[in-house]
Design a protein around this ligand. Sequence first.
Ligand code: ADP
Ligand code: MG
Length: 238
Amino acid sequence: MARVQFEHIYKRFQKVEVVRDINIDIKDKEFMVFVGPSGCGKSTCLRMVAGLEEPSEGEIYIGDRMVNGVDPKDRDIAMVFQNYALYPHMTVFDNMAFGLKLRHFPKPEIKKRVEEAAGILGLEALLKRKPKELSGGQRQRVALGRAIVREAQVFLMDEPLSNLDAKLRVETRANIIKLHQRIQTTTIYVTHDQVEAMTMGDRIAVLNGGIIQQIGAPQELYDHPANLFVAGFIGTPS
Ligand code: ADP
Ligand code: MG
């Protein structure tokens, strides 16, 4: 089970409170989107699950395990960032294998996982190429592949499409949804784009000013926005 729970999570930098009393229960296999304007605390929430920041108050659970204070590499998460830097001198295979090599996985296991992930993402024919020989969309798929091979319990994605042009964004969005349907890893996906949120999320948490304004399925938010902020942000002025 890869449920992720936030229980009364607060985060302060110096004395500035950037996240306030976040409570959310993300179900096993769920694709949860955190959406809200720039600076509302989305990345901070994700980074606390990853262990890159510690909450000032409250507890975070991955599965049944309280992970406060647990080292990021012991959290069984895989993160896809906005700036998905690939190693330019390494092949696609080696880029995808890198994290597993660091963790001393046996070679045959690495080969099996990379080939499986390549199959899922349609990268089989590109494994021997270098990043500069790939299109932007193919590179983004390699970045996703690096996360998949970890076979982590939870995927964390922080605006993974924001460096892509509009056409590629739509294509990669579809790839991520397909990927999730196939492997069903619990995912927290951060974006400031409401269209992305509405088309991708099983549920969406709308944040503003470090506070969750509403959590619900896209249709619920659309039909019954909890307040003017949600109505305006989701875009249903009537
Ligand atoms: P979002 O991802 O929604 O754009 P962030 O979570 O990155 O927002 O940031 C939320 C707020 O916290 C912002 O005001 C940001 O400036 C502040 N913040 C984020 N990280 C730090 C940090 N390490 N030190 C101080 N302030 C930070
Ligand atoms: Mg951010």
